[in-house]
Design a protein around this ligand. Structure first.
Ligand code: GTP
Ligand code: MG
Length: 476
């Protein structure tokens, strides 16, 4: 393991071990990066390059004074990292909101940058609450303290839903995890202080090390298969050129060579997954391939390469057509009546993956969108049926209450009637979220005639019960 720490120069000092996974500690000034690194370094030795950064330099990126595009040592360390550790000082609650906002923007810019460059997906990012020993209060037991640490961690987690959401687009994105550490343990009422015993550091280190290693291998493999594909393509081109043009024409013409270059830039390697071949943004790559196909020299390319271009155009065109159909569907949360539900149900059923590609498109964004849409439609049907059922029961209950003879004042039977009426009169919160349909509220369901009809009946019964109940309250 190598550690490097230079607080005075800007950014990190990278270790020269280039083949081991690289972990960058990144965080605002005095958030405990160097202390954490010191504690990590005492864990069991693992071939890992740990890169500390200067909080002052980090702050310039967080403040937007500098951009990750600037190729400075810190920016390129972030670009080449196999894992990032972002530190949040749990002992500085005043800066918490600001740090959360700045880290959010930073993660977004890392994410955008990675997807722009088509980097390997799933860069592990650990957001770590540091100095957790300082969260302990006088008289705390160990259990109290740990509960407080967990609460802080949960609070931090709740601030980053967009990075923790499972349905998040997988390509080029980051994989955010949370942790909490302290370089020493606090004095607790049921345990003396352990100034030399860190908290959560070994666990964090193990997780960072294993995910960085995994990510490093993935990058290596992606680079390797690209290399193999380019080499075999070049080999193929050379053989074809030799065969067709003869010995003296071994080099393809300049025009053909530049066409091959453009193809290589746009076309994914043959063995790459459909998710990679069809990643967004798709339109510019498709346009480029069509332009290549229309080029006068296209037919001079080796036939297998021509086929690869034609096949890619066919796949992308089919994909784009279906994706457009799905995007044009009215969102489930905006549906207002059963006719609309039936219409979109028919439409989504008409979005059928072409048999030629169906088996490969399973992990694409399009397949996930289709599945999500169908899940939301099913959730809507459940929610509507549930609401209708509830209203039916309420109407029956209201009628039962209205048909009962009101027992004499002061009797326990009358009190029982009042209690039952009060339960009946309780309203649902219309801003309640409909399960499994993001952003759809109960009040949106009320717009469906099949719910609104029974709701009107319910309101009539309800107001009659309310009137009687009101009279009783006044007289008792
Ligand atoms: N109590 C406590 N103090 C800590 C802990 N970690 C760091 N500190 C203290 O917090 C201060 C800042 O820690 P550093 O590790 O230097 O922070 P840094 O992020 O490296 O700071 P810069 O390099 O300046 O950006 C120091 O006084 C540390 O002793 C911890 O777990 N518990
Ligand atoms: Mg430091």
């Amino acid at each position: 393991m190598t550690t490097a720490d230079d607080l005075r120069t800007e950014g990190p000092v990278a270790a020269n071990d280039t083949d081991s996974p690289r972990v960058v500690l990144f965080g605002a000034p005095s958030t405990g990066k160097s202390a954490l690194l010191g504690a990590l370094a005492q864990s069991e030795p693992v071939p890992l390059t740990l890169i500390d950064s200067s909080g002052r330099a980090v702050q310039e990126y967080l403040d937007g004074q500098r951009s990750l595009d600037d190729r400075a040592p810190l920016a390129s360390a972030v670009d080449n990292a196999d894992a990032l550790v972002l530190t949040v000082d749990s002992a500085a609650p005043k800066q918490f909101e600001e740090i959360v906002q700045q880290y959010k923007e930073f993660l977004q810019s890392v994410e955008q940058r990675r997807s722009r460059r088509s980097d390997v997906a799933g860069l592990p990012v650990f957001m770590v609450l540091t100095k957790c020993d300082l969260l302990a209060r006088a008289g705390d037991t160990a259990a109290n303290w740990i509960k407080r640490v967990d609460e802080n961690e949960r609070n931090l987690r709740s601030r980053f839903p967009e990075f923790l959401d499972q349905g998040h687009e997988a390509f080029g994105t980051i994989d955010l995890r949370l942790g909490a550490v302290a370089i020493k343990q606090p004095a607790l009422s049921d345990r003396p202080s352990h100034p030399s015993e860190p908290y959560g550091v070994a666990e964090l280190f193990r997780e960072v090390a294993s995910s960085a290693r995994l990510f490093h291998e993935q990058c290596h493999r992606a680079g390797h298969s690209l290399h193999v594909a380019v080499m075999s393509l070049l080999g193929m081109i050379a053989v074809t050129a030799l065969a067709v043009l003869g010995f003296f024409a071994m080099r393809p013409s300049a025009e053909v060579a530049s066409l091959e270059n453009s193809i290589r830039a746009v076309l994914a390697t043959p063995e790459s997954s459909a998710a990679l071949r069809l990643r967004e943004p798709l339109a510019p790559r498709l346009k480029e391939l069509i332009k290549i196909q229309e080029n006068a020299s296209f037919t001079s390319l080796p036939p297998p390469l021509q086929d690869a271009v034609r096949q890619a155009i066919r796949e992308m065109t089919a994909y784009q057509g279906l994706a457009k159909k799905v995007d044009e569907l009215k969102r489930v949360r905006f549906l207002k009546n059963e006719d609309e539900v039936q219409k979109v149900s028919r439409e989504i059923d008409n979005v059928v993956l072409p048999p030629e590609f169906a088996s490969q498109w399973g992990d694409t964004r399009l397949s996930r969108k289709i599945a999500q849409y169908k899940r939301e439609l099913a959730a809507l049907a459940r929610a509507l049926a549930g609401e209708q059922d509830w209203l039916k029961k309420q109407i029956a209950e209201g009628e039962t209450l209205l048909n009962m003879a009101i027992p004499g004042a002061g009797s326990p039977e009358r009190q029982a009637w009042i209690n039952r009426a009060d339960v009946f009169l309780r309203r649902k919160d219309p801003s309640k979220q409909v399960p499994d349909i993001p952003n759809m509220k109960l009040r949106d369901l009320y717009e469906f005639p099949t719910v609104n009809g029974p709701r009107e009946d319910y309101e009539v019964v309800r107001s009659r019960v309310a009137r009687i109940r009101g009279g009783l309250a006044n007289s008792s």
